[in-house]
Unconditional design. Structure first.
Length: 269
């Protein structure tokens, strides 16, 4: 029988499983049940040799995930592991606290609304409420979108240092999806500057012809834009007059979520 937390395998060994990474994750899992471990106790608990577990512990220590206490010689969670845990808690808090405001906005507009974060240079949807219209934008939690072509991405990149924006572009490029997609660094910089001034961003059929989005930043307890809210609809329902009417609603909903997360103010308000 597989150890608790071990991925189930059918028909023998999983050919895609990295054994060394698997051992490292097993070691990290142990710190969820006990705050500190000695080398011998941990090796015995996992049924592995002490040299094998020592190498795993040494690697994790080098990257800051665990720390060895000088006085006791025992291993405890490191700052990097705490940071990962805190990030996970923040994202879950964002996901569920954003839900009631998203529901209200979806109900009042009839359009699909969603929240996303910038992760590894792409936008990841973390919460969504679909609209009530027969023709509407469909999405799902976990969906990944190109940052340069999405309203969510433009909002979040607008508040990054130039060097970080350049790193995103270097890693992912500026792929053309439609005739309206931004494909040059110069055009992207100009757009991000305008987003900072306006406090909102638009996707004007830049990922998919016929789909438009409007987005505003969500700020954390320190007032930093760490997520974004967007409303998406067919282009036929997003003419300039309606976009103008939706901007204050989208900003107000983003501000409401920010306040719920403890933000002192909306940076772009």
């Amino acid at each position: 029988m597989a150890r608790s937390g071990q991925p189930a395998q059918e028909g023998g060994r999983n050919p895609y499983l990295l054994a060394s990474l698997h051992r490292g994750l097993e070691v990290l899992d142990c710190f969820a049940t006990r705050n500190s471990w000695g080398l011998a106790d941990l090796a015995s608990h996992l049924g592995q040799s002490k040299p094998t577990i020592f190498r795993v512990l040494h690697t994790l220590e080098q990257f800051g995930y665990i720390t060895k206490e000088a006085a006791s010689g025992r291993y405890v969670p490191g700052l990097r592991l705490h940071a990962l845990g805190s990030a996970a808690v923040r994202h879950e808090q964002l996901r569920w606290q954003a839900l009631p405001p998203l529901q209200d906005l979806a109900e009042s507009t009839g359009e699909t609304v969603h929240v996303g974060i910038l992760h590894d240079g792409v936008i990841v949807t973390v919460q969504i409420v679909e609209g009530t219209r027969a023709v509407r934008m469909h999405s799902s939690v976990g969906k990944r979108s190109p940052a340069h072509a999405s309203a969510l991405g433009k909002v979040l990149m607008a508040y990054l240092p130039d060097a970080e924006v350049d790193a995103v572009v270097a890693a992912h490029g500026l792929t053309r999806f439609t005739a309206r997609t931004i494909t040059t660094p110069e055009a992207l910089r100009e757009t991000l500057h305008r987003v900072r001034l306006d406090g909102y961003a638009q996707d004007e059929e830049e990922i998919e012809v016929g789909l438009r989005c409007l987005s505003a930043p969500i700020t954390d307890h320190a007032g930093r834009p760490t997520a974004a809210l967007a409303i998406s609809a067919p282009a036929s329902r997003m003419d300039p007059e309606r976009v103008t009417a939706l901007i204050p609603q989208v900003k107000a909903t983003a501000l409401r979520i920010s306040r719920m997360l403890g933000s002192p103010s909306m940076v772009a308000a």
